[in-house]
Design a protein around this ligand. Structure first.
Ligand SMILES: Cc1ncc(COP(=O)(O)O)c(C=O)c1O
Length: 377
């Protein structure tokens, strides 16, 4: 599985696009006719396999959408939330914020429970909002809030939403495929993700796994033709084809990526490798004096935020450039209150890459004449 990258390809310690295997890349070397039976069969098997991860009662369908993850979030909210509906958006970072922006564009009513940069929303807080606002029809939750790396307490929130008879939509963009979530234990109407995160495909489409009865009631909700998931689903059901040009090569790569996901042990296998990456990374970084933003309880195996070193020689751009010269691409922080950076644990990363990054960190701190990663020095 651990295939060497060519020297020019950097190691991406990012939340996606991520490093993909050579075989996933090779799967794009063939052309496909979008209406052809072979490609229709590929779409069908992709959808069936994705649904099988969350449901085996026949109640869910998969609707793929062209574009990046945000297109799918926008399509799902626009399709499932009726014009007269009202959302409660649970925010603790940039992707929760983005959902409010999407709702603003669409003209849907909403309220927020905003926990700042990284505190998790808790069941009692959600219950209090739902208790006093009967107009709320949908609750929107980000599974792993990639801007801090926090893993939000999905099950706890889902139980409250179900108790109050409202509908839950989960943006699991950066977690689905590595963190188990199943309709038999968590009640939700839709879960959203994309090709280029934990399934380790290349970027080009997203997908929503939607409760069929919720989608069936959504025929005239959408604000946009190309983002109408009801119409996309209907067309897929009737013809086996995507409406409008599908990203054929991306789908082909994704079929290969799904195969490799299975070979690695499915969601449990991915979770195990990403968790190992995260633990190795956090232990190594702490040895160098770096501090994580979050307590261990809330760290996800997807991405980890570290405070920047407090030393006066530190500049993120120089740190980034020096690590890049060692062939490692890191990710800037997204906190409003403190200087930070992020290191992703997903994609084709193994012990060798994590250890290589840690060695590069030592050299870079040395080159910057910073004694350690301590944010308080
Ligand atoms: C939780 C979450 N939601 C939404 C998105 C947006 O996806 P994209 O950048 O592919 O539009 C991301 C991207 O990392 C994400 O992590």
């Amino acid at each position: 599985m651990n295939q060497p990258q060519t020297p020019k390809q950097p190691w991406l310690l990012t939340p996606g696009p991520i490093n993909t295997s050579q075989t996933v890349k090779q799967a794009m070397l063939q052309d496909w006719g979008s209406w052809d039976g072979d490609f229709r069969a590929m779409t069908q098997s992709l959808c069936e396999q994705l649904v099988s991860y969350v449901d085996n009662s026949g109640e869910f369908v998969c609707v793929p959408v062209q574009g990046s993850g945000t297109f799918t979030v926008e399509a799902t909210l626009g399709t499932l939330i009726p014009k007269q509906g009202k959302a409660l958006v649970l925010i603790n970072g940039a992707y929760g914020q983005r959902m409010t922006k999407i709702l603003d564009y669409m003209g849907r009513d909403y309220v927020v429970l905003d926990k700042g940069d990284y505190e998790p929303p808790r069941a009692d807080e959600v219950a209090a909002v739902l208790e006093q606002d009967a107009a709320i029809t949908h609750v929107l939750l980000v599974h792993c809030e990639t801007s801090s790396g926090i893993l939000n307490p999905v099950e706890e929130i889902a139980n409250v939403v179900e108790h109050y008879g409202r509908r839950l939509i989960i943006d699991s963009m950066s977690a689905f495929g590595a963190i188990d979530i199943h309709s038999s234990s968590v009640r939700f109407d839709a879960i959203i993700s994309s090709a280029n995160k934990c399934f380790e495909g290349v970027p080009g489409f997203g997908f929503a796994l939607i409760r069929k009865d919720a989608l069936q009631q959504s025929a005239s909700n959408a604000h946009s033709l190309s983002l109408d998931l009801y119409d996309q689903w209907h067309y897929l059901e009737n013809t086996g084809q995507w409406r409008f040009t599908p990203p054929t090569h991306v789908v082909s790569a994704f079929i290969q990526a799904l195969k490799e996901h299975e070979e690695e042990g499915g969601i449990a296998g991915r979770f195990a490798r990403y968790s190992r990456n995260q633990q190795r990374l956090v232990a190594g970084m702490r040895k160098l004096g770096f501090h994580t933003l979050l307590a261990d309880e809330w760290l996800s195996p997807i991405i980890v935020t570290f405070f920047s070193p407090g030393h006066e020689n530190f500049s993120f751009q120089r740190f980034y450039d020096l690590l890049k010269a060692h062939n490692y691409i890191i990710y800037p922080g997204k906190l409003t209150t403190a200087e930070s950076f992020r290191l992703g644990c997903i994609g084709q990363l193994y012990d060798e890459q994590i250890d290589g990054l840690l060695e590069a960190m030592v050299s870079v701190l040395d080159e910057m004449q910073i004694p350690d990663g301590n944010p308080n020095s």
